[in-house]
Design a protein around this ligand. Structure first.
Ligand SMILES: [Zn+2]
Length: 205
């Protein structure tokens, strides 16, 4: 080979190493469905290119998460719970606003809000008085043991995990008092940030 050809080959190799990795190439690399030359190129490129490395890491994260995807029925159950909670909690907010308007200044302050889903599956009870706010959620569906709710009360975030509280009842509660209570505005709102089903429901088909 002449010097000129060597130079050309080297230049072509360099360009090949510099070229970003395509999505297909990255997928094949991840699936180990790539030839030795391709694998060596991808490896070498990932070592020197932050852009492709980040993209590859993101792809790995997405693929790992998709292996833990819920079944369709679990997704439907979760969406249903989320909807029930959202509707009921909005009702609490509306009731609160009405009662606040009607309250006399010298009344002892204690408000109770009760709610239950149409099918009676999920219930909650919110009590607000001078000492704080307690939001209690419960259900007679025992397979909801382990259910996780993330609730926002004003700017505060509370996590509730359903545990067995009686023979025929699972539930949990969030309590806000003291300094936390002080930082809430009068017109605090209650909403559900997320619902995570217990493993036994998530894994059922
Ligand atoms: Zn790159």
């Amino acid at each position: 080979m002449s010097d000129l050809q060597d130079e050309e080959v080297e230049k072509a190799m360099k360009q090949l190493m510099l070229a970003h990795i395509s999505d297909d190439e990255m997928g094949d690399y991840h699936d180990e469905a790539i030839d030795d030359f391709g694998r060596a190129r991808v490896k070498a490129h990932l070592r020197r290119c932050q852009i492709c490395l980040r993209k590859y890491e993101r792809m790995q994260r997405i693929l790992a998460a998709s292996e833990n995807l819920e079944s369709a029925s679990a997704l439907a159950a979760r969406m249903q719970l989320q909807q029930i909670l959202a509707a009921g909690l909005i009702a609490v907010v509306i009731a609160r606003a009405r009662r606040r308007g009607a309250r006399m200044a010298d009344e002892e302050f204690r408000e109770v809000y009760d709610w239950q889903s149409e099918d009676g599956m999920l219930r909650w009870h919110v009590v607000e008085d001078d000492s704080g706010i307690v939001a209690r959620f419960w259900s007679h569906r025992l397979d909801l043991e382990g259910l996780q709710l993330i609730i926002n009360i004003g700017s505060l975030t509370k996590e509730i995990t359903f545990k067995r509280v009686a023979n025929d009842q699972v539930g949990g509660q969030a309590r806000i008092e003291g300094a936390e209570r002080q930082q809430l505005p009068d017109d605090w709102q209650l909403c559900v940030e997320s619902v995570t089903l217990p493993e036994q429901i998530k894994n059922s088909e």
